[in-house]
Design a protein around this ligand. Structure first.
Ligand SMILES: [Mg+2]
Length: 210
């Protein structure tokens, strides 16, 4: 059986942090992004409004900052090992995140077969952010369906890994889901839960680690 493993980024592959937080840290605007994160968590900002305000904070962003944010992020250990195992079994793995594509797509280098994030202007920003390009939680399901079609698979072949309410819609349409470092809202709807810092252990819960 071939499966498609779908990974969230913020709070899932990145432990206790998010791409936006790590980018903001490089620019010295952590406090400002923290206020936006809280407003978003309380439902006072849409994903597009959050992105527009973050974009305004990141006017000085360069590729060097993005690379440093990526390298310095608190990643779970074992990500590349898990993706290598998935590949060796002839299965597929993908990252679907609402965070900027220019950050998410770096995970292709670690062995993900696909990596989808929100569409942002290229870094450094010379064009305005298009709110239409910013993903919503519902888009995770749409992208999962597109990936299934691309790989000749169906929702019944998917395993989803996530940490927050933005993963709830995807968890609801796949047969197996793993809540990673999640709060009880997400843990209650997942097939199983994992708390820790090693993706290999969470992957074992999906019953397919050697
Ligand atoms: Mg998340």
């Amino acid at each position: 059986m071939t499966r498609l493993h779908l990974f969230d980024l913020d709070g899932t592959l990145i432990h206790g942090s998010a791409a936006a937080v790590e980018i903001s840290r490089q620019l010295g605007v952590e406090r400002e992004i923290d206020a936006l994160e809280r407003a978003f968590a309380h439902g006072r900002l849409t994903t597009a409004q959050f992105a527009e305000r973050a974009c305004a904070l990141w006017g000085e962003l360069t590729e060097r900052h993005v690379a440093a944010a990526f390298e310095g992020a608190p990643w779970l250990v074992g990500i590349r090992e898990v993706w290598a195992d998935i590949t060796a079994r002839g299965e597929r793995c993908a990252v679907i995140s609402l965070s900027p594509g220019f950050f998410v797509e770096r995970l292709l280098e670690w062995g993900a077969h696909a990596a989808h994030g929100s569409r942002w202007p290229a870094v450094p920003f010379r064009e305005p952010l298009d709110p239409e390009g910013i993903l919503t939680p519902a888009a995770k399901v749409r992208i999962a369906d597109e990936l299934c079609a691309k790989f000749g698979l169906s929702r019944a072949d998917c395993v989803a890994y996530g940490d927050s309410m933005s993963d709830a819609e995807l968890f609801a349409v796949v047969p197996f889901s793993v809540a990673i470092n999640a709060d009880h809202h997400v843990s209650e709807i997942a097939s199983c839960g994992y708390t820790g810092r090693d993706l290999r252990e969470a992957y074992e819960l999906a019953g397919n680690y050697r």
